[in-house]
Design a protein around this ligand. Structure first.
Ligand SMILES: Cc1ncc(COP(=O)(O)O)c(C=O)c1O
Length: 343
């Protein structure tokens, strides 16, 4: 009954098998391993982006922070949803790696900016001449921190506004595969075709042991990213172990199979919760992350019965939680947590 996060799951057997294979013999270090060359080809093919450059790191925070540092100068504003991981859950790493760029929290229900909330923020910032930060970049998250998803059209509507001001656009795809499965979009539709310049492509939460890719759809800044990654201490010497995970993840649709399962477990939770009196969802939950709201006393009762998830702030007279299903969640685990949550 572990629903605290999808990164509480183990690594998928295919990933462990790939690591075992990569462990054999010797390989060039620092990204010059032959597996990395194959990862680049895989990403270029899957994203229909023959020019794309790919750099691997071990955490989502590193992928996001390095992407942000690459796209914006220190004196500029990063437009992010007010609840974005980059804004509230990375201990200031994007500000640190960018040399002090300023996070501007953009509003919007259910973890999503709207064209209106973004244009309001864009018009508020960067108008003060030398005395204020300049407009720097846009960053979006998909799946969002509220468990909702942006469609490619919704992303395009936001990036158009940013691009009208000359701003580059980043997508935090810590749960990118779950967003693809939930929307049915292709990797290209969700990214460069919708105006995304740089993607943090997550692997860890969806069955890898620890790997994320920074995908640059315009390779012009690839060398700069290479230097920034090294300078930040995120260039692995035994890089083949990162490459091996990403290769296995993207081969034969494994990433989409794992995400399809996680989302199906999310849907099973949604259906089961709908049967529990007094329970509803704070946000739509089309992927693998849910924010249910329920009667007082539910959290303690479920914890006493062995359910593990994060209690969340709730409106007066209620309690709430965050439940995340993963690639390894089983039907039986979902059914058990539903029983634990029931009166
Ligand atoms: C939306 C989002 N972005 C990025 C990350 C990556 O974080 P980490 O640095 O823990 O790998 C997470 C992990 O919780 C996340 O939820």
């Amino acid at each position: 009954m572990f629903f605290a996060s999808d990164n509480g799951s183990g690594a998928a057997p295919e990933i462990i098998a790939a690591l075992t294979r990569a462990n054999d013999g010797y390989a060039r270090s620092y990204g010059a391993d032959p597996i990395m060359a194959r990862v680049k080809t895989l990403v270029r093919d899957l994203f229909d982006a023959p020019e794309a450059e790919v750099h691997l790191v071990a955490t989502g925070t590193a992928a996001n922070s390095l992407s942000i540092a690459l796209l914006t100068p220190p004196w500029a504003a990063v437009f992010a949803h007010a609840d974005a991981h980059v804004a509230v859950d990375e201990c200031g790493a994007p500000e640190f790696f960018s040399g002090g760029a300023k996070m501007i929290g953009v509003g919007g229900a259910h973890g999503k900016m709207t064209p209106q909330s973004l244009s309001d923020a864009l018009s508020r910032v960067g108008e003060g001449g030398v005395h204020g930060v300049q407009r720097g970049m846009l960053t979006l998250t998909n799946v969002t921190e509220a468990g909702t998803v942006y469609t490619p059209a919704e992303i395009a509507a936001l990036t158009e506004l940013a691009k009208a001001k000359g701003l580059p656009c980043h997508l935090d795809g810590a749960r990118f595969a779950n967003a693809l499965v939930a929307t049915g979009a292709t990797p290209a539709q969700m990214t460069w075709q919708a105006g995304i310049d740089v993607l943090s492509l997550g692997g860890t939460k969806n069955g890898c042991l620890g790997v994320e890719a920074v995908v640059l759809f315009d390779p012009a800044k690839a060398w700069e990213l290479e230097l920034r990654r090294k300078r930040a201490g995120h260039l692995f010497s035994k890089h083949r172990y990162l490459s091996a995970q990403m290769e296995a993840y993207l081969t034969d649709g494994l990433w989409l199979r794992l995400a399809t399962h996680a989302n199906a477990m999310g849907a099973r939770l949604v259906q089961g919760l709908a049967q529990i009196p007094g329970t509803s969802l704070l946000h739509p939950a089309p992927a693998n992350m849910l924010f249910p709201i329920w009667p007082l006393g539910t959290n303690d009762r479920a914890a006493a019965r062995g359910a593990v998830y994060y209690p969340m702030p709730a409106p007066a007279g209620h309690e709430a939680g965050r439940l995340v299903a993963s690639w390894s969640t089983t039907d039986a685990e979902v059914d058990a947590v539903l029983t634990a949550l029931a009166p």
